[in-house]
Design a protein around this ligand. Structure first.
Ligand SMILES: C=C(O[C@@H]1C=C(C(=O)O)C=C[C@H]1O)C(=O)O
Length: 255
């Protein structure tokens, strides 16, 4: 897939191949997160244990915002597959623009699920992948940086739903135009859903977690990420949210 060549992006097979590649990044970032406790203090807004001056938010928010400001100046968010958590804070790039061709419908630029993704990650994923429920002040920085890696990978994966939606729209313009004009949310959800693909993803994740999640030289070693948790995360959160992005993208596609 080459974002300078739109025809490679609209090919659903290419998109699905990219989603498969993202599984490995997400699994290994969860494994990194599994070395630390939940460290709830990192997520508490305006936490007196982690004073941040006049900043209104959590330690994680502070770290993520400042990293995104730097990354935006390095052109990260010019890439069509990157979506900022702080779109109002990012800056212009100091590098020359790549001027990617228009791939997604301009009317869909407001589709940003990152607040939902962050809340879901903190509430649902952190408790599942953390080493234990507790607090280790020596690891606040490491936890924030590891969380940011997880969040940015989850954001890229879930917002890839926009490319999936555009590809499916182009594959049947008449059908999706009718569904969109009728604001048939259930109809759109039904047509963008491919249960066979979803099942194949969950089966592959089970295998990957069994292989990646343990030390191959010591099968009795502590699991870093369990197959059942990884499947739960994808089945209950990642895939449904990706489909929500597909539906929201399509509902705005003709605006
Ligand atoms: C991404 C697609 O759309 C939907 C979402 C999927 C996912 O999030 O993994 C998988 C299949 C579809 O239900 C696709 O068709 O490949």
């Amino acid at each position: 897939m080459d974002f300078t060549k739109p025809e490679t992006v609209f090919k659903l097979e290419n998109i699905r191949n990219e989603l498969v590649k993202m599984e490995d990044s997400i699994i290994f970032q969860f494994i990194e997160r599994s070395h630390f406790p939940t460290n709830h203090n990192v997520y508490i807004a305006n936490n007196e244990k982690l004073p941040l001056g006049k900043f209104d938010g959590s330690f994680l928010d502070w770290a993520l915002m400042h990293l995104e400001i730097t990354e935006s100046q390095l052109r990260r968010f010019e890439s069509p597959d990157e979506t900022p958590f702080f779109p109002d804070k990012i800056l212009d790039s100091i590098l020359p623009s790549i001027n990617y061709p228009q791939i997604l419908a301009p009317s869909t630029e407001s589709v940003n699920y990152n607040n939902k993704i962050k809340n879901m990650y903190i509430k649902e994923i952190v408790p599942l992948v953390s080493k234990y429920d507790g607090d280790d002040a020596n690891n606040y920085g490491s936890v924030a940086m590891t969380d940011i890696q997880c969040l940015q990978s989850l954001s890229r994966r879930i917002h890839f739903g926009r490319f999936v939606a555009e590809s499916k729209f182009r594959s049947d313009v008449e059908l999706y135009t009718t569904l969109i004009k009728n604001k048939d949310v259930d109809g759109i959800m039904e047509h963008i859903t491919n249960s066979a693909v979803e099942e194949k993803i969950l089966q592959r994740l089970t295998t990957k977690a069994e292989v990646y999640g343990v030390d191959p030289t010591n099968k009795d070693s502590e699991r870093k990420i369990t197959p059942e948790y990884l499947v739960k995360i994808y089945k209950e959160f990642v895939i449904p949210m990706t489909k929500e992005v597909e539906v929201e993208y399509l509902l705005k596609r003709l605006d």
